[in-house]
Design a protein around this ligand. Structure first.
Ligand SMILES: *[C@@H]1O[C@H](CO)[C@@H](O)[C@H](O)[C@H]1NC(C)=O
Ligand SMILES: *[C@@H]1O[C@H](CO)[C@@H](O)[C@H](O)[C@H]1NC(C)=O
Ligand SMILES: *[C@@H]1O[C@H](CO)[C@@H](O)[C@H](O)[C@H]1NC(C)=O
Ligand SMILES: *[C@@H]1O[C@H](CO)[C@@H](O)[C@H](O)[C@H]1NC(C)=O
Length: 573
């Protein structure tokens, strides 16, 4: 997990789920007669949005944060020490890969709070070769600290982080190819771009360490690019008050967002600069991707290698009057790129099927022919054209988003970390509905109908905006839709394994409901309206504390085995 994700705190972030939309690719037919097990190059950037990221433990375990209980990026609720304390260092993705005969290599950021002090107690498990960025210099673009295999940490003062990492990545690729006769490989390259440049200062005893989140720093050769580019001026960019005339309040957002002041021109100018620095810092990442692909081609193994590109979370700059940052549940923060290329992958195909980082570990195992684990909360993401077409009809249409802890803003207008940024949400996007529903630890609720309100500007559940009673969602009263969404969120917030993969089945064990549209059948009105337990919090906590979480869904019925050998994903998706 990493430092910045959905709206966070002074080094803290939290883990939440990210939504990804699978994207395009290119396919080259396999020429070999004897298929070899494929390789993978996984490129994971930091804070890269689609609309304009935590999640790392989820990504490496296939489990939701409430099932890992690593819910933040720093102790006590998260970070590398919590990951180790929860027992995952002996039981997570690279370990499973090694047991299945893969060589595993990693360079870049693995976790937050993975530091020059704790890097060897213990070393991260599961890597054939590793060269990790370490705190407190993880996000220091011009003074990074890396730690290779079991060597001591080494400082790269004055060198550009992404370029240093590129050389390390190419070196691991060379190593991997040398051993290809025996074993296929899985190489992860996790550059920091376009994350903020973070300087962490040790504070005096008794004080928290302080972190300065400055705009990202590009490589010298890229600093003059994009001089005219600005943050897209979408409807939700630094909006005027909406719906509530003559008040400073927004009608988008809830909780602490409602009091955010509109940004002045110097603030907007700075945010545009921050945005350009993000784009510039991504140029070195772009060169790194090119360098990897060129080498795969030269080695003649491009056709038998999956290349997967994603980011840990998205980012907002100015939307809903927010200073640069993440840790919110809005679209800019949770919608991240997912680009896949490789054997059998549909060429040049873009899909809007709903996936999350919980699905990535299952996806990799599936692609590599390694049996899935029953306790996965996620499901493989389809990559072939045929699979995607089936999934477009049948795959779940929601992801759950969960966040605990603080929000922080970044840049020169960085403010103190914002408490009470704990919430649970559903992002649901299907043929019939396009919705975002959230419940905050303050018990405020949000609902945006994104089929008509893409920018999430009109919270249909904001008590101070007088809703016309005729406001409908796809022709139905809002209360009716909310009763279903709330029941779904109720299951998802404490689901485990199968109940995360098939939440509607928990509510309707006979299997007649597989989507929101099914659940909205008026035959179920009584069922949903009589469920008087609703998602609510007892108080705002910075971690997954059962006492704060309100009523919990009890999983009903026998646990059905997740996946038996020989069943294709179409049969169980
Ligand atoms: C999660 O971990 C925290 C400590 O980090 C602990 O206080 C809490 O009880 C745990 N939650 C659950 C549900 O086990
Ligand atoms: C760079 O990092 C090293 C520690 O790895 C530190 O000793 C040095 O002072 C830092 N240099 C600057 C310019 O901050
Ligand atoms: C603009 O807003 C920033 C951030 O709130 C503030 O620090 C600055 O003083 C403001 N500038 C002017 C000219 O009002
Ligand atoms: C990819 O698809 C887009 C839209 O479907 C099309 O315009 C474009 O030409 C395609 N590119 C290639 C290389 O096939």
């Amino acid at each position: 997990m990493f430092f910045a994700k959905t709206c966070l705190g002074a080094i803290g972030f939290s883990a939440s789920l990210t939504l990804a939309l699978a994207l395009a690719q290119n396919q080259v037919p396999l020429v070999e007669d004897t298929p070899r097990r494929p390789n993978v190059v996984f490129i994971l950037t930091d804070d890269q949005d689609v609309q304009l990221d935590s999640l790392r433990v989820t990504l490496w375990t296939g489990k939701t944060p409430h099932n890992t209980n690593v819910t933040d990026v720093s102790p006590p609720y998260g970070g590398y020490p919590k990951f180790v304390a929860q027992g995952f260092n002996e039981n997570y993705f690279p370990i499973w890969l090694q047991r299945s005969g893969y060589n595993t290599y990693y360079t870049g950021k693995l976790f937050n709070a993975h530091t020059v002090k704790n890097y060897n107690s213990p070393y991260p498990g599961g890597f054939t070769g590793s060269d990790f960025l370490l705190d407190p210099h993880t996000y220091d673009y011009l003074n990074s600290t890396f730690q290779r295999n079991d060597e001591e940490p080494r400082s790269y003062e004055g060198q550009y982080s992404t370029d240093v990492m590129a050389e390390k990545a190419y070196g691991f690729l060379d190593d991997a190819v040398r051993h290809l006769g025996n074993k296929p490989f899985f190489l992860t390259v996790a550059p920091i771009g376009p994350h903020s440049n973070v300087i962490i200062k040790d504070a005096s005893p008794g004080e928290d360490r302080s972190a300065q989140f400055g705009e990202p720093i590009p490589a010298e050769r890229h600093r003059h690019l994009f001089e005219d580019v600005k943050v897209p001026r979408t409807e939700n960019f630094n909006p005027d008050h909406v719906g509530v005339p003559d008040t400073p309040m927004l009608s988008s957002g809830a909780n602490w967002l409602l009091g955010l002041p509109q940004q002045n021109q110097s603030n907007i100018d700075y945010n545009d600069h921050f945005y350009r620095q993000r784009l510039r810092s991504l140029q070195a990442v772009d060169e790194l991707v090119d360098g990897l692909i060129t080498r795969l081609e030269e080695y003649g193994i491009l056709d038998n290698t999956y290349i997967v590109y994603s980011s840990d979370n998205g980012f907002h700059i100015g939307q809903h009057r927010l200073q640069p940052g993440k840790t919110c549940g809005y679209e800019e923060d949770i919608n991240v790129p997912l680009i896949v290329r490789g054997p059998g992958v549909a060429p040049n195909y873009t899909t809007n099927i709903v996936t999350s980082h919980t699905d990535l570990a299952p996806t990799f195992l599936e692609l590599l022919g390694i049996p899935l684990r029953e306790d996965f909360d996620g499901k493989p993401i389809p990559v072939t054209k045929g699979e995607i077409e089936v999934a477009e009809q049948t795959r779940r249409e929601h992801v759950n988003v969960e966040y605990w802890g603080r929000a922080i803003s970044e840049g020169v207008h960085q403010v103190l970390s914002q408490e009470h940024n704990t919430y649970k949400a559903i992002r649901l996007s299907g043929p019939d509905y396009n919705l975002y529903y959230s419940v905050w630890c303050s018990n405020e609720h949000e609902l945006y109908d994104m089929s008509v309100d893409r920018g999430q500007m009109h919270n249909l559940l904001n008590p101070s905006t007088s809703l016309s009673s005729e406001t409908l969602i796809a022709g139905l009263p809002i209360a009716k839709v909310v009763s279903r969404l709330d029941a779904l969120l109720f299951v998802l917030k404490s689901c485990k394994g199968l109940s995360c993969r098939q939440p509607w089945k928990q509510l309707h064990p006979a299997g007649e409901v597989n989507s929101l549209a099914d659940a909205l059948n008026s035959g179920f009105d009584d069922f949903y309206e009589m469920q008087n337990t609703r998602v609510r919090f007892e108080f705002c906590a910075n971690g997954y504390l059962v006492d704060a979480e309100g009523p919990m869904w009890e999983t009903q019925g026998p646990t059905v085995p997740y996946l038996r050998d020989g069943i294709s994903w179409e049969e169980w998706v």
